[in-house]
Each structure stands twice: as structure tokens, then as C-alpha cells.
Design a protein around this ligand. Structure first.
Ligand code: IMP
Length: 440
């Protein structure tokens, strides 16, 4: 394995890393914030998930929709790292790098952990077949093979990125895994068997030579970087309530986006992380099935979806919108030791006469100020809202707190009060420069 990038000479004191984590059900606009913070970073690391993520970044009016490659790739001084906790479809990786190169973005610095697991063709088949089999109970996955790939990792029959470097091992593992997968596909799901030779040829013959130069000891690389005083950012995909352990199971993804997952998925220990930025959209959306106490419908839903362009980056699916849920936000702060909040898409709420934020729930006549421990209760809670004044002004040109209308400032104060940590950033438009920085 190669060790490219910045295996730096010690230069400064070891510095703590920063984690960026979504506090809702994803699509909070993490890409924009990670892109912004990236200016001061040397390494940007993806630690979980795969190409089920979709980070949209607008630079100079051009939209970049990144799925797998860390958003820091757009900065020439950054080494983007795909950590061991990610699941990688090498074909998607190669295609994404080629597309970026065509736009003039240099991807040569990108490195991938050899311990990351591979998404294989049968993972897609099983993802699709399981969803069909579940019928009305389906999860609404992105059908990218994520769950089945993580399941194989846990069952210890997964293939890893480093296996691409060893033909004998790759073929051996593929043969074992495929025997079982084909039996399941044929006998349970009534699907055609996949051809072992074709898969091996595609992965070993076509993709391995393109991926091999990027495979690296990313754990060693990151620790050398921290030792040398370099800034490392760990970029979460999906979000808190899609977390396999802490999310609204089973309507979750199969990895751990919460900050603890950043340690496992990158090989950096908890004491190396001091700053955890939680991203909260000024309203909430979720894709796919699952409980959503503050969900709205009708004209308000259409308005939020259209103004906020709430359609999946990769799948094009319409997202379900709702009011900001501060009960969930408070809990997300605890789960990930969030030290500050970045509020995104504040501009989308402009021109609404009244705004609502959920400050507690009610179930069976009882007021609940925390996320109920039993999920059946979460399914039937009624949100208790605090109503706030809206604002008429267009926020898109604001760059300082003083340029925000008083009602927008009150909104941010309410968020900070309920979250229990400062709001340090407010996004006011899709462009890279459209944000307001607030004092911590
Ligand atoms: P999977 O990650 O494809 O297995 O999908 C599991 C659940 O997570 C589904 O409800 C998806 O809609 C949701 N999900 C996965 N990735 C994202 C994302 O990047 N944003 C929002 N929802 C996501």
C-alpha cells in the first residue's frame, strides 16, 4: 500500500480534530458547512456510509453533487480521505473522480482506507429485493447496497478495499460469499444468479488498477497528521436520527453518523476530538419512511419543498418537510457532544408570517421534554409548538448578524437556548459565500 498525501514532518503540537454531524434525518446542508470549514483544514475524512450520501456544493455558480468523495476535494490544499468505516463501490468512486476531473477538479490526493468494505453487485440486488419483500413495511432505502454491505461486514463475509490488491484472496472471498448470496437470491427472492467470473473481471480487471494507487494506511496517515499539528475534519454523512443505534430504527441507515462513529470509522480516538459542529436545518426533512412528529402537509409542505429544493441529490425523491424539532436537536447535542450548532437554509423560512418550533411533545396527556425512550410513543406524540414571528426580508445578501431582521435573530436565539450550545453559523443561500457567522 502506498502512503500518499501529507505524512508530515512534526511541525507543531498535536491538535484536536473537528467532527461535523447532521442533527436531523440528513440533508441538513452539511456539504456547504464542511466546505466552508475546509478552508482551514488539511485533511477531510468521510467516516461512515457510502454513496447513499449526497453533498451538494455550489462553487462559482457550478453545482457539485458529491456522493462518496469528501467535500474537501474542491480545495487543492486538502487531502480527502475515505476512512475505514465507509462502504465503497469502486465503480461509483471511479466515475465520481472522473466526473470531478472533467470539471477541472484534481482528485489525485484522494486516499482510501484498505479496511473500508466493498459494495458488491449482489448488495444492490439484495437491497432491492429486501425492499420489495418488505412491501408496505419497506424502509425506503437509497437502493445503493449500503445495508447489505454493512451486514456482510458484521457477518465477517465482506470483501475489503485491500482485497483488490490480492487476486487470490479476492477470488476466494468472492466465491464463498457469492455461493450463499446466489442461493438466497434464487431461492428466497426468485432472482437470477450472478456470475462469479464477471464480477471478478470487473472488480479485479477494470476497477482494481484504477483504485489501487489510492489505497493507503489512512489511520497512520491521520495520526501522523495530528502529530504534525495538521487540522483534520471528520465529515459525517446521513445524520443523528438515521444512526443505526440512536436513530428511529428500523428507519435508519446501517452505520453510525453520530460523533462516536467518527472515532471508529477513522481510527482517531475520542480524546483527539474537541469540536463537534452539529448541523440543523431551520426546518426538518426526512426521506423514506419512519416517524416524524413535526411533519407538515398541504401548501406549507409544498412551499418548503419547492423553496428549499427538497428533492434527493441522487435519487430525486421528494423529501418530507416539517417544522424544526428542538426536542430532537437537544438530544442530538447530547448524543454527539455537539459543541456548536450551524443553522442552515434560514432563508427558506423568509416571508412566512408565523413560524413554529417544537419545544416539547405530548403523549397520553403527559408533556414530554425529551425524546421518548419507547419508539411506539414517538410514533404517536403530538408536538407542542412555540410560535415565533416570521420576517419579510430576503436574507440572501446578509453576511453579519446585524444584517438579519430581528425576528430571524430571535429564531436563532431560540434554537441556541433549546440546544444548550451556541449557534455559530447561519446559512442564508446556496452559494459558498452565503452565510452569517455568529460569535460563539
Ligand atoms: P440506506 O442508507 O440506503 O440503507 O437507506 C436507509 C434510510 O436512510 C432511508 O430512509 C434513506 O432515505 C435514508 N438515507 C440514506 N442516506 C441518506 C442521505 O444522505 N440523506 C437523507 N436520507 C438518507
Amino acid at each position: 500500500m502506498t502512503v500518499p498525501g501529507d505524512a508530515a514532518e512534526p511541525e507543531g503540537a498535536r491538535v484536536p480534530a473537528t467532527v461535523v454531524v447532521g442533527t436531523q434525518w440528513g440533508d441538513e446542508g452539511k456539504g456547504k458547512l464542511t466546505d466552508l470549514l475546509a478552508k482551514d483544514m488539511h485533511f477531510v475524512v468521510r467516516y461512515q456510509g457510502g454513496h447513499n450520501a449526497g453533498h451538494t456544493i455550489v462553487v462559482g455558480g457550478e453545482h457539485f453533487a458529491l456522493k462518496l468523495v469528501p467535500s474537501g476535494v474542491l480545495y487543492p490544499h486538502i487531502v480527502p480521505v475515505i476512512g475505514n468505516g465507509v462502504v465503497v463501490d469502486p465503480a461509483v468512486l471511479v466515475a465520481e473522480c472522473e466526473a470531478l476531473e472533467r470539471c477541472g477538479v484534481d482528485t489525485s490526493r484522494l486516499v482510501i482506507s484498505g479496511d473500508a468494505h466493498l459494495i458488491m453487485p449482489y448488495h444492490y440486488e439484495i437491497d432491492r429485493a429486501t425492499e420489495r419483500y418488505l412491501g408496505r413495511q419497506k424502509l425506503g432505502t437509497t437502493k445503493s447496497g449500503i445495508g447489505p454491505a454493512y451486514a456482510d461486514k458484521a457477518s465477517r463475509i465482506g470483501l475489503r478495499v485491500q482485497d483488490l490488491l490480492d487476486e487470490k484472496i479476492f477470488r476466494q472471498k468472492l466465491s464463498v460469499a457469492l455461493r450463499e448470496k446466489n442461493a438466497v437470491l434464487a431461492k428466497v427472492y426468485n432472482r437470477l444468479a450472478l456470475d462469479e467470473g464477471e464480477i471478478a473481471e470487473r472488480y479485479l480487471g477494470e476497477l482494481a488498477p484504477l483504485v489501487a494507487p489510492r489505497i493507503a494506511d489512512t489511520v497512520g496517515l491521520l495520526h501522523d497528521a495530528l502529530d504534525a499539528g495538521r487540522n483534520v475534519m471528520l465529515e459525517g454523512a446521513q445524520a443523528t436520527y438515521l444512526d443505526l443505534d440512536h436513530g428511529t430504527y428500523p428507519f435508519v441507515t446501517s452505520s453510525n453518523p453520530t460523533a462516536g462513529g467518527a472515532c471508529v470509522g477513522s481510527g482517531i480516538g475520542p480524546r483527539d476530538i474537541t469540536r463537534v459542529v452539529g448541523i440543523a436545518k431551520a426546518y426538518v426533512t426526512r426521506v423514506g419512511a419512519g416517524p416524524f412528529p413535526t411533519e407538515v402537509d398541504g401548501g406549507l409542505a409544498d412551499l418548503l419543498v419547492e423553496r428549499g429544493h427538497e428533492y434527493g441529490t441522487n435519487t430525486g425523491r421528494r423529501r418530507r418537510p416539517g417544522w424544526l424539532d428542538l426536542v430532537l436537536l437537544r438530544h442530538a447535542v447530547r448524543l454527539s457532544s455537539i459543541s456548536e450548532i450551524a443553522v442552515t437554509k434560514l432563508d427558506v423560512l423568509s416571508k412566512l408570517a408565523k413560524l413554529k418550533v417544537c419545544v416539547a411533545y405530548e403523549a397520553d396527556g403527559v408533556r414530554l421534554s425529551r425524546v421518548p425512550y419507547h419508539q411506539s410513543v414517538l410514533h404517536r406524540v403530538t408536538p407542542i409548538y412555540e410560535e415565533l414571528d416570521g420576517w419579510e426580508e430576503d436574507l440572501s445578501g446578509a453576511t453579519e448578524l446585524g444584517e438579519l431582521p430581528p425576528a430571524a435573530r430571535v429564531f436563532l436565539e431560540v434554537v441556541a437556548r433549546h440546544a444548550g450550545v451556541p449557534v455559530t453559523f447561519a446559512g442564508v443561500g446556496p452559494g459558498r459565500e452565503q452565510f452569517v457567522r455568529l460569535a460563539a
